[in-house]
Design a protein around this ligand. Structure first.
Ligand SMILES: [Zn+2]
Length: 368
């Protein structure tokens, strides 16, 4: 299936879900909740905001379409499944049965609107045990009940341990049980030894949906973690990567066979004429400039002071990448402006981003 509808999956989802899960504004990439990095997912920010504000600010059910950046995926960009900049749609619930509601809603969207056959879904869930030296935590039986309710049988559910099945890290002050849905792309390589979600190395399974029960406080003191139940508020969030879904609907499962890249690659070809840039490098160029443009628009390039040292270190990873293209003679300004035109209809704040200033920053080697 080629996606011809505009605007794309995130907006289709928003349109359909507005009644049950009203849309709330996305966080800037410089969200104060991720002090050592930039917003990496759509899940936790609402709950952290609720806890910090000490009042109930969001509807009990809501959804968000969130631009995300992940510096740790930069080395993987150019492969079939990773980007350092992407959009994530997530449904959140502050109600006790929110895991059921959010997972059911998104599963229904994927299997009806998107027509992904239900029997192509596999799942992972936390099988019990310690997480980052804390615990032990019991196995996630709620996930099993929900997956059975979605008609995903035990034969397509894989138990995982540790942080594969439980969100806990140094960036987010909250976490909890993680359940993921994978789509079987039907491309099994017979040499794959453990062809199961989370273990497979042949590319048969594409991780699409992540559902997290944010029920725990996660504290990290010099890599010594403590994980304890949140006293009052909790939240359940279930989300999917927009580009990953587009790639599945396109039939390839390849994350740059999607509308964004199909639109931008002709511009890349124009500005690199005369240069030898490999195809994965061209993907890296687009991905890097998308990330930088959104980071710049959200104020990441003006962060200063000791408290932002870690974030400047992270930002520098994209700046360096852009500089490597710039120093090879690639004219990045026209591409930045085209990316701006591409995203402006859905993210109005991008229109104000000064791309010339961004180019100066890349050129100036300020971030060394
Ligand atoms: Zn495999």
């Amino acid at each position: 299936m080629t996606i011809t509808i505009e605007p794309f999956i995130g907006s289709v989802f928003s349109h359909q879900s507005q009644a049950l899960f009203p849309k709330v504004p996305h966080e800037p990439l410089t969200s104060p909740f991720f002090r050592t990095a930039f917003t990496p997912s759509a899940g936790p920010t609402l709950l952290i905001d609720e806890i910090n504000s000490k009042s109930h600010r969001y509807p009990d059910l809501c959804h968000v379409c969130q631009p995300c950046v992940r510096y740790w995926d930069l080395p993987n960009v150019g492969d079939k499944t990773h980007l350092s900049f992407f959009e994530m749609v997530a449904c959140s619930s502050f109600l006790p049965n929110g895991r059921w509601t959010t997972m059911e809603h998104i599963f229904k969207f994927l299997t009806t609107t998107c027509s992904i056959p239900p029997d192509r879904f596999w799942a992972t869930r936390f099988g019990g045990g310690n997480v980052l030296g804390c615990g032990p935590f019991p196995e996630d039986t709620v996930a099993i009940d929900i997956l059975h309710h979605l008609d995903i049988p035990d034969s397509r559910i894989v138990d995982v341990a540790g942080v594969e099945g439980f969100v806990a890290n140094s960036m987010e002050p909250i976490g909890g049980y993680r359940c993921e849905l994978y789509v079987d792309l039907g491309t099994q390589n017979l040499t794959c030894n453990q062809c199961l979600p989370g273990l497979c190395t042949c590319g048969r399974f594409l991780e699409l949906v992540t559902s997290v029960a944010y029920e725990f406080e996660v504290l990290n003191r010099d890599s010594l973690y403590s994980i304890s139940p949140l006293p009052k508020q909790f939240m359940h969030a279930t989300g999917f990567g927009v580009e990953r879904l587009e790639s599945i609907l396109e039939g390839s499962g390849i994350i740059h066979h999607t509308p964004r890249f199909r639109h931008l690659m002709p511009f890349v070809n124009q500005i690199i004429s005369g240069f030898s840039l490999t195809y994965p490098d061209q993907i890296r160029l687009v991905d890097t400039l998308c990330a930088l443009l959104f980071l710049h628009a959200d104020g990441a390039t003006t962060l200063s002071g000791k408290s932002n040292r870690s974030r400047r270190w992270v930002l520098n990873k994209w700046i360096k990448q852009a500089r490597s293209f710039h120093s090879r003679g690639v004219s990045i300004l026209p591409l930045l402006d085209e990316i701006k035109r591409w995203y402006s209809p859905r993210y109005a704040h991008i229109q104000d981003a000064d791309t010339s200033l961004l180019l100066q920053l890349v050129h100036a080697q300020q971030y060394n």
